[in-house]
Design a protein around this ligand. Structure first.
Ligand SMILES: [Zn+2]
Length: 57
């Protein structure tokens, strides 16, 4: 059994998503249909998707 270093998991930010334009994707809370929802927005081109992983497609 190989021993996995515990340090391998620390230090890196989980789930960093990048838009196809190269901009950073940030989660943002917006009102939509009277409800507060979290959406993923590209800071560069303002493209908006429901989930950050939609930018990976
Ligand atoms: Zn973008």
């Amino acid at each position: 059994m190989a021993q996995v270093s515990k340090n391998a998991r620390t230090g890196s930010t989980a789930h960093k998503h990048v838009c196809s334009c190269g901009g950073d994707v940030k989660m943002r809370a917006v009102f939509q249909s009277g409800k507060l929802r979290n959406v993923a927005v590209c800071e560069n081109c303002n493209r908006r998707e429901r989930r950050p992983k939609d930018f990976d497609l």
